[in-house]
Design a protein around this ligand. Structure first.
Ligand SMILES: [Fe+2]
Ligand SMILES: [Fe+2]
Length: 239
């Protein structure tokens, strides 16, 4: 069963632990005049995720559905959600919309350029284009500017079923996971490009209050430092 935790005001983390993969699949629902769902989860999780969301809002009222890149955990049940919420609009990067989504999705997907803004009521979301970070040409991230939550997708991946949100440093677990994954069948999880360090420095400059993490605990505290630490770890492990 999926668990629900409010990790920041009106930011709900819906988490399902997949024991086979030793991995959490986390989606985030932001409750506002126009509710926004970040990541849909895979198709096989749709009923569970929908049941969890129904405890927070009427699922048919979701207005925005966004995700970082084209992968099943990010957007596998996108079409199920587009059908569930008839007035909803999906969004991702311009590349993602034009290369994949406008073929994959049952209706047109908005393709955002860097720094485009969505206002959902009292909250304001900035789309940040981050090609190949965490991975995929089409990657982007989302930053909510009022409460300063950065939706990190696969960045800060920690294995297992840790607590929903922590103020303790997560970088050691993130580093160990990256090192371990490099030696297993899921190696080459994330590329290290000539832009990686600059992209992470730019994210650090946003000075988020909360990191909403897709796999593992979300983090609240000195997020600027965490992002600079991540840049250091990625350079050392992958660079
Ligand atoms: Fe991914
Ligand atoms: Fe993921």
């Amino acid at each position: 069963m999926s668990s629900i935790t409010e990790i920041a005001e009106n930011v709900f983390r819906i988490s399902t632990f997949i024991s086979d993969g030793n991995i959490q699949m986390n989606q985030f629902l932001i409750k506002d005049d126009e509710p926004l769902l970040w990541h849909t989860g895979q198709k096989y999780l749709f009923n569970e995720v929908r049941a969890a969301i129904a405890k927070i809002i009427y699922p048919g009222n979701i207005r925005w559905i966004g995700f970082s890149h084209f992968e099943s955990d990010e957007c596998g049940s996108l079409n199920e959600w587009l059908n569930t919420a008839p007035q909803s609009e999906a969004f991702c990067s311009f590349v993602g919309a034009n290369v994949n989504m406008n073929d994959f999705a049952v209706r047109r997907v908005r393709g955002f350029h860097n720094d485009e803004i969505i206002k959902t009521g009292k909250y304001s979301f900035r789309f940040i284009s981050t090609p190949h970070l965490p991975h995929g040409w089409d990657s982007g991230l989302l930053f909510e500017e009022t409460l300063r939550t950065l939706f990190c997708s696969d960045l800060f991946h920690q294995p297992g079923n840790p607590t929903a949100i922590t103020g303790s440093d997560i970088i050691e677990s993130v580093k160990n996971n990256l090192v371990e994954s490099e030696s297993g069948p899921f190696n080459s999880y994330m590329p290290y490009t000539t832009n990686t360090e600059m992209q992470l420095n730019h994210l650090a400059e946003l000075k988020p209050n909360t990191l909403a993490v897709m796999h593992g605990s979300s983090f609240t505290g000195d997020c600027e430092k965490s992002l600079l630490d991540l840049a250091y770890v990625m350079k050392n492990v992958l660079g």
